[in-house]
Design a protein around this ligand. Structure first.
Ligand code: FAD
Ligand code: NAI
Length: 476
């Protein structure tokens, strides 16, 4: 007899594994199907985020930042270090160990919560009062039954027709997290989040990095003032060569290099030779191998599974969460959806507030925001007041040698309700949490201004920016 579950989750990235754990916590008999294998052929949970995304990239960002600190930033503290070297294999091994700990941690969490891990590829077979699914594993195909299905099959890197990824010379995120040597000249197509984060890693370790970006403006999604500050810091300050408004032409792979033809914003033709090329031009939803069409699961023209605000698909008791559905492709957005869906299946009132999902770019300095940008508010005709406070006036920032950047709060001109918070500076990824809490609670700028913030701390800049909304910053 085939195994039967209340909930079967397909995919164990942050959206899927969190959905499975929450469903099991709520007393539902739950399984999670996952097909991922490590380069050594070991089955692994955690999806893109844990294996080749958020977690390994942050490990390398930290290692490369430490190297940059010791090489360029310690001097001002009176600390000199001679003979400093880095060992790339050790750096990569540390990253892999962190990944192993985290993915193994999910296996432990599954055990603790009673989630059954079914190893292999999941696909729909038929519907009815229960869903029939197949799990195609190494040793054969198993048919299982599910009362409810949560599709969490994630996304894959978008590719360019002229740039076939071999993860040796032309790399997607997976290859770019595992270079076996520092390229002398690294090309990156796409100056988005991956391009800037991984471009920064390899620049700090010694590569000349050129980013070729199609769009003529930098960091379109960010608040314009943040994008302008970031542009200054990343180009003049750090030496990233970012070309905007380019049109990529022929890409030719040689034996040990890649040649890229492109025209710049002025229409001038260039040819650049790179030891390695990263292609980071966005990601596409992944529904391959699901047999979605066999059961009539609706997929939109861009490849996303169609869902309503509660992540319900067009099929009864089939939900979809994470990168495979609309909304930002962020781990924490998928996690929220996973929890919401599990709670709905259990008869509760799950809910995601899509207006309060933070964005973070782990560059140095970090960039983080939540809510609306100034340009969005202007386009919507919303009247707002702005409070801005620079880290250069914050004692903790100076002590940490992180005077760059600022916090900017946008508040409704009439009600003072916070509409958006934008940070560029040290610890922005942590500072933004206060803004998310404030927005979730419908706080006004004055609410933050009246809260006692520890001194000296970077978070005081948040309070000062809130005071600045009312033109009464105390320290600047
Ligand atoms: P995924 O993590 O893609 O997981 C989907 C899983 O489903 C995979 O394990 C896949 O093997 C499995 N699967 C697919 N089809 C099947 C099938 N038919 N049967 C069985 N299993 C299947 N986001 C952040 O919020 N913060 C960050 O710092 C961050 N950094 C990133 C850095 C990089 C380099 C990259 C590439 C991404 C980063 N992201 C980050 C984005 C983040 O990784 C994704 O938003 C997140 O992983 C999406 O989670 P998911 O569960 O929807 O899908
Ligand atoms: P992205 O959408 O951030 O950036 C892609 C960039 O490539 C864009 O600026 C786009 O204009 C450009 N582009 C597209 N086609 C091009 C072409 N033909 N030539 C030149 N430029 C071109 O996507 P990215 O960096 O690939 O990352 C994918 C997703 O992964 C992100 O959107 C994000 O959701 C997630 N991610 C999140 C991180 C975080 O939260 N810190 C870190 C890394 C990834």
């Amino acid at each position: 007899m085939s195994q039967s579950f209340d909930v079967v989750v397909i995919g164990s990235g942050p959206a899927g594994y969190i959905a499975a754990i929450r469903a099991a916590q709520l007393g539902l008999r739950t399984a999670c199907i996952e097909k991922w294998k490590t380069p050594a052929g070991q089955p692994a949970l955690g999806g893109t985020c844990l294996n080749v995304g958020c977690i390994p990239s942050k490990a390398l960002l930290e290692s490369s930042e430490n190297y940059e600190r010791v090489m360029h930033k310690f001097k001002v503290h009176g600390i000199t270090a001679t003979g400093v070297k880095f060992d790339l294999p050790t750096m990569l091994k540390r990253k892999d160990q962190i990944v192993g700990k985290m993915t193994g941690g999910i296996a432990g969490l599954f055990k603790k919560n009673g989630v059954t891990w079914l190893q292999g590829q999941g696909r729909f077979v038929s519907g009815g009062t229960t869903w029939k699914l197949e799990v195609i594993g190494d040793t054969g195909t198993e048919t299982i039954e599910a009362g409810n299905v949560i599709v969490a099959t994630g996304s894959t890197p978008r590719t360019l027709p002229d740039a076939p990824v071999d993860n040796r010379l032309i790399c997607d995120n997976e290859g770019a997290l595992a270079f076996d040597a520092i390229p002398k000249n690294l090309g990156v197509i796409g100056a988005g989040v991956i391009g800037l984060e991984l471009g920064s890693v390899w620049r700090r370790l010694g590569a000349n990095v050129t980013l070729l970006e199609a769009v003529p403006t930098f960091l379109n999604a960010a608040d314009t003032s943040i994008a302008q500050e970031a542009w200054k810091l990343f180009t003049k300050g750090q030496g990233l060569d970012i070309q905007l408004g380019v049109k990529i032409g022929k890409i030719k792979k040689g034996r040990s290099s890649v040649t890229v033809d492109y025209t710049d914003a002025a229409g001038v033709a260039h040819q650049s030779e790179f030891d390695r090329l990263i292609v980071s031009v966005g990601r596409v939803p992944n529904t391959q191998g699901l047999a979605a069409e066999s059961v009539g699961l609706k997929i939109d023209e861009r490849g996303f599974i169609e869902v309503d605000k509660n992540c319900r698909t067009n099929l009864p008791r089939v939900f979809a969460v994470g990168d495979v559905v609309r909304g930002p492709m962020l781990a924490h957005k998928g996690e929220e959806e996973g929890v919401m869906v599990a709670e709905i299946i259990a008869g509760q009132h799950g809910h995601v507030n899509y207006d309060a999902i933070p964005w973070v770019m782990y560059t140095a300095p970090e960039i983080a925001w939540v809510g609306q940008t100034e340009q969005q508010l202007k386009a919507d005709g919303v009247e707002f007041r702005t409070g801005r406070f620079p880290f250069a006036y914050n004692g903790r920032a100076l002590g940490r040698d992180e005077p760059e950047g600022f916090i900017k709060i946008l508040a409704d001109a009439r009600t003072d309700r916070i509409l958006g918070v934008h940070v560029i500076g040290g610890q922005a990824s942590e500072l933004i949490a206060e803004a998310v809490v404030a927005m979730e609670f419908g706080a006004s700028a004055e609410d933050i201004a009246r809260i006692c913030h520890a001194h000296p701390s970077m978070s005081e800049a948040m309070r000062e920016a809130a005071l600045a909304v009312d033109k009464r910053a105390l320290n600047g």
